[in-house]
Design a binder for this molecule. Structure first.
Ligand SMILES: [Zn+2]
Length: 191
């Protein structure tokens, strides 16, 4: 499973093998020594060194973003890497940033061992995800897309389902679950 989300929800839902293509918002990376820190520990440093007003109503967005008054920006004391005092940033690929090459190679390797690619809930406008659809097409793999709107990879797909992912996947799973007489017969769901 390759996800463009940065929230770790796939892992919380039980998926064991996940590539976080755009990183994870619950980790912070040192730009000098590359150590990964838990976001929570860096948050504690932030809170200790600053006196933030309470979050405004509905303040923090699902992606972790928060509107910050301009005057705050000059007052914030930024935490440093506890190991080397280097600068820290969320372990996330922001717009304009590049996905690390080894992460892309991991995804390409998985794709080359797969029979098909299922793209769910993305317009695929950003190249970092679109590239795998294009690679699947080049490899001659089946490509199916589930998305309510058009996607950049529609012309490459063998199957396009214009739908919200949640209800469609739940209904599909119900169809794939083994009938009572087949229990123990090895039926399964490919991830
Ligand atoms: Zn460091």
């Amino acid at each position: 499973m390759i996800t463009q989300n940065v929230d770790g929800l796939h892992q919380r839902a039980g998926s064991a093998r996940v590539v976080d293509l755009h990183g994870r918002v619950d980790r912070v990376r040192c730009l000098s020594c590359a150590t990964l820190h838990e976001r929570g520990s860096v948050q504690a440093l932030l809170a200790a060194d600053n006196n933030f007003p309470p979050a405004p109503p509905g303040g923090v967005r699902p992606d972790g973003d928060r509107e910050v008054p301009q005057e705050w920006l000059h007052q914030i004391t930024l935490p440093q890497c506890p190991r080397c005092t280097g600068e820290l940033m969320p372990d996330v690929v922001f717009f304009g940033g590049a996905v690390p090459a080894n992460r892309v190679i991991t995804c390409i390797d998985a794709l080359e061992r797969a029979d098909a690619l299922l793209a769910i809930g993305s317009s695929l406008v950003v190249f970092s995800g679109f590239r795998f659809c294009r690679h699947a097409h080049r490899l001659g793999r089946q490509l199916a897309i589930i998305n309510p709107g058009v996607t950049r990879a529609d012309a490459l797909a063998h199957l396009r389902l214009r739908s919200q992912a949640g209800p469609l996947l739940a209904a599909t799973l119900a169809l794939l679950e083994p009938a009572p007489e087949c229990v123990g017969g090895g039926a399964g769901v490919a991830g």
